[in-house]
Write a protein that binds this ligand. Structure first.
Ligand SMILES: [Zn+2]
Length: 79
């Protein structure tokens, strides 16, 4: 474990693959850039990206509807 210098710091954001939030465009899995280290958990507003086609989105942690990815709009053709 590395020792960080300089007092209180935010935990680093790391890319993490999740088992939900499949891509709207290609159906592949999503990764989120998050400080949350529990499997499949995300934080509201975490940046998301599709591992298949690279479509980007934002993680929404909605207690009533469950967490999901708000994918960016995209053209029908994969870039
Ligand atoms: Zn995709």
């Amino acid at each position: 474990m590395e020792i960080s210098t300089g007092g209180t710091q935010n935990p680093p954001k790391l890319w993490k693959q999740i088992n939900w939030g499949d891509c709207d465009r290609c159906g592949d899995d999503a990764e989120v850039l998050t400080t949350e280290n529990r499997p499949d958990w995300v934080n509201e507003g975490d940046e998301a990206i599709c591992v298949g086609c690279g479509l980007k989105g934002i993680a929404i942690a909605d207690e009533s509807e469950g967490a999901h990815i708000d994918w960016n709009e995209f053209d029908a053709e994969v870039e």
